[in-house]
Design a protein around this ligand. Structure first.
Ligand code: TK8
Length: 351
């Protein structure tokens, strides 16, 4: 709780300072007077406040630092990037709202909460959609993925790149989960996304939607039995302290979307827009690489920290797929079978 409170306090102070120009670089043309009293033209620098939910150890934050390095170097300081982690500026949903309001410039949420703004994004949370991260890269970085990013504009958001959250795996504090049956009765925190809720209900679990920033405390207090996230998050956020069991369910490949406030993006010169767009893509390639190269190590680390690891057999995975298929069919209808068909054919073509 203390951990959460301190980062919350730091975050709110940071936002407060940044909002009233407390940082040393404010938006647009400011002018300052010097000791002689005559007004001097303040350096015309723009500030990007970039916030994420994961902590500073996570590849997502390393990607944000790379973005900062590239943008500040290529704009020669005309744009300054402030990076915030561990939910200091809020959770995925509230940070997206801050981008819409123009009180924050960048965030990198998972696709699941984005579906509350653009419902079609739920397709990326169809269980077992992407067979591998390589196929996911090809689909997301191609025409189909760009088409989804374009849909963000109506929400005053500019999607610049896909980064990687990764294949999600189940942890819990109650029992080893080896079969589809074993989900029964487990209270599982899910992201705030109706499809996730319904999919875990179909597996017999008792799903509880919750912002990422509340998850650690909920597991610590036993409000939820378990959660599901990629190994990098499970290890780097220290979930082994409050969870006993991990299974390689790999039930969803979760992308991140690097997005910018449209108000801010439109305020940039053409050259600056190009620089931030390129930097988001290059930092994304770097982040994906970091995320992948340590994935197996994270699993080994979790076992060293005392978690029991259970393999899900292909036969049991098939039963999980059958259990959630009606939910996938329902959401395919809701989203529009044409849109969903496009994604499936792009996956087919990428294999
Ligand atoms: C971090 C979240 C996280 C996601 C979740 O801000 O909420 O479980 O997987 O990565 O986006």
């Amino acid at each position: 709780m203390k951990k959460l409170m301190s980062s919350f306090l730091i975050g709110s102070m940071a936002v407060l300072l940044a909002a009233c120009g407390g940082s040393d670089s404010t938006q647009g043309n400011g002018s300052a007077s010097n000791e002689g009293g005559e007004a001097t033209e303040q350096v015309d620098s723009k500030t990007i406040r970039a916030g994420i939910g994961l902590n500073s150890e996570h590849p997502q934050y390393k990607g944000l630092e790379k973005f900062k390095e590239l943008v500040e170097e290529r704009t020669e300081g005309a744009i300054v990037v402030e990076t915030y982690h561990s939910g200091q500026l809020g959770d995925d949903r509230s940070m997206m709202e801050a981008l819409q309001l123009g009180t924050q410039e960048v965030t990198v949420p998972s696709t699941a909460p984005i579906a509350n703004f653009v419902s079609e994004f739920s397709v990326f949370d169809f269980p077992f959609l992407f067979p591998s991260s390589e196929v996911a890269d090809q689909v997301l970085d191609g025409e189909v993925g760009q088409g989804f990013l374009d849909k963000l504009e109506d929400q005053s958001l500019v999607g610049l790149a896909y980064w990687e959250n990764g294949f999600r795996n189940l942890t819990n504090s109650k029992q080893a989960v080896a079969t589809a049956e074993d989900f029964k009765g487990l209270t599982i925190r899910t992201m705030e996304n109706d499809l996730h809720l319904e999919a875990f209900r179909a597996l017999g679990a008792n799903p509880t939607p919750m912002a990422f920033t509340e998850l650690f405390t909920a597991m610590q207090q036993g409000t939820v039995d378990g959660q599901e996230n990629p190994y990098a998050t499970i290890y780097l956020e220290g979930y082994y302290e409050v969870q006993k069991h991990v299974s390689n369910t790999n039930h969803i490949y979760s992308p991140f979307v690097f997005m910018m406030s449209k108000t801010f993006f439109d305020s940039l010169t053409e050259e600056e827009q190009e620089i931030v767009s390129e930097a988001a893509l290059e930092a994304g390639a770097y982040q994906r690489e970091l995320n992948r190269e340590a994935n197996e190590t994270y699993l080994a680390n979790l076992q060293e920290e005392g978690m029991t690891y259970t393999e899900i057999s292909e036969e049991e995975r098939q039963k999980m797929i059958e259990a959630v298929q009606p939910i996938i069919d329902k959401y395919a209808e809701n989203i529009g079978t044409d849109v969903v068909e496009e994604v499936y054919s792009a996956i087919e073509a990428a294999q």
